[in-house]
Design a protein around this ligand. Structure first.
Ligand SMILES: [Zn+2]
Length: 447
């Protein structure tokens, strides 16, 4: 719905080269000029081409999906959401875009879109959605952002650059202490910053387009009304659960009223069209079976966000009792243990997470981190290498690989990794450690 993602939940760092490249998009304007907006037909300032939108999407979306604990392993659920979204794309203004829809394992309440058409919703929000028409409204809203080219528009105006710069500065400023503030190490800025800067007008337009697409696809207009009603009620009773989503969009009342009005006027004829509630319930049965576990994780997350890690543990333990194979719960438990410097237990949970979801990268990073702390350098190195194969380009991996080589006294290899790290990150405790070592080894002739 919104795409106002939590920098704190993002595991990946955007590296400096990517960041500079991104800023240059808006600043230098390699593809200057105006383009016709696919939705309005009006000419607008557009510095980002469609190919670039797709490229940005491909480059950043994997980071965000992994930070959100990956795509759900429940194939029935994921295929259903993908199908529901794809069925609507024929009604959009950019039918040729490479759309894909997924449910991610994160528990917070949100949905978001990348500019090339990669769209995700969390299992947290799907638990609160009541029928397929509401799901269509949710995905339709995100399709609206992609079709009206809101991310590209914000980049062209230079708005996004500001956000990215602000976010990066914050990430560098909070970079953790050398021995173990994994919370901030994993909480660095990710792709989410790309998405967090829609204007209020963008949101209104995405709502209008979302409703158009879902009604034209045969759903009742009440789907949008129901969705807005749900979000508004959640905002009143569980503000923490949707805090992220509304962080930049305090307009749920207006959006709800607009949906009610539009359903009564423009789309009055579609009011009695189906909601497909049963179909939604059938396909989300597996997810709803996990509802209690997810609610415990949400409580744990709330504590972790307040840095109350010891208070998070009982909730995470309860969640794992209810759903022992839950990747998100295992990863969260691992993080919580590592922050509390319980390295061996943290490693155990990370390894369990790897077992239940071997294709997902985040647990390898945690496992590697735990093994570094336990001085199992060769095993740690293996973990970081596997992580890199799955999700390349995280500068923290360069640093830790360097640190592993250093632990094994393989200085030329260590120096090479530290130099790679320094090409991307120039400030903070990791950078000064890497810099000191590189200088020292250069002086000794190792490099
Ligand atoms: Zn939005």
């Amino acid at each position: 719905m919104a795409s106002h993602l939590a920098a704190r939940s993002n595991e990946k760092a955007m590296n400096r080269r990517e960041f500079l490249w991104l800023s240059s998009l808006a600043a230098v304007g390699f593809a200057t000029g105006c383009a016709t907006n696919p939705v309005t037909g009006k000419s607008q300032l557009m510095l980002v081409s469609e190919d670039q939108e797709i490229q940005i999407d491909r480059q950043y979306s994997p980071y965000q999906f992994s930070a959100d604990y990956g795509t759900v392993q429940d194939k029935t659920l994921n295929d259903y959401v993908d199908r529901t979204g794809k069925n609507m794309t024929v009604r959009t203004h950019r039918t040729h875009m490479p759309y894909n829809f997924r449910v991610v394992n994160a528990n917070y309440v949100n949905a978001y879109a990348f500019p090339g058409g990669s769209i995700a919703c969390t299992r947290g929000i799907l638990l609160s959605v009541d029928n397929e028409a509401e799901l269509a409204a949710l995905l339709g809203h995100e399709l609206g952002h992609v079709n009206a080219r809101h991310t590209a528009e914000q980049m062209s105006k230079g708005m996004l650059t500001q956000t990215v710069i602000g976010g990066l500065a914050a990430a560098v400023g909070t970079q953790g202490t050398f021995y173990g503030n994994i919370a901030s190490q994993l909480g660095q800025i990710g792709a989410g910053a790309l998405l967090a800067s829609y204007s209020r007008d963008n949101e209104r337009q995405a709502d209008a387009l979302g409703m158009e697409y879902m009604v034209q696809s045969g759903y009742s207009s009440q789907g949008m009304v129901g969705l807005m009603d749900m979000l508004q009620r959640m905002g009143k009773h569980q503000p923490s659960a949707i805090e992220l989503m509304f962080a930049t969009h305090p307009m749920s009342e207006e959006r709800y009223q607009t949906a009610v009005q539009t359903a009564e006027t423009k789309y009055k004829a579609a009011k009695t069209k189906p909601l497909y509630r049963e179909r939604y319930m059938d396909h989300t049965a597996g997810l709803r079976a996990r509802k209690n576990a997810i609610e415990e994780m949400q409580k744990g997350e709330e504590q972790m966000a307040k840095q109350n890690f010891a208070a998070a543990d009982p909730h995470l333990r309860k969640a794992l009792k209810l759903a022992p194979d839950d990747y998100t719960a295992l990863v969260m438990m691992s993080k919580s243990q590592l922050v509390q410097k319980k390295w061996a237990v943290g490693r155990q949970y990370a390894e369990m997470a790897q077992q239940v979801y071997p294709q997902e990268a985040q647990a390898y990073h945690l496992s590697g981190f735990a093994k570094v702390q336990l001085k199992d350098y060769d095993e740690a190195l293996e973990e970081f290498n596997r992580y890199d194969q799955m999700l390349a380009g995280n500068p923290n991996s360069y640093f830790f690989k360097g640190y592993c080589y250093e632990g094994m006294q393989q200085y030329p290899q260590a120096g090479r990794e530290y130099q790679r790290y320094l090409q991307v990150v120039s400030q903070g405790e990791y950078a000064s450690h890497a810099y000191r070592r590189v200088r020292e080894w250069q002086a000794k002739g190792y490099l």
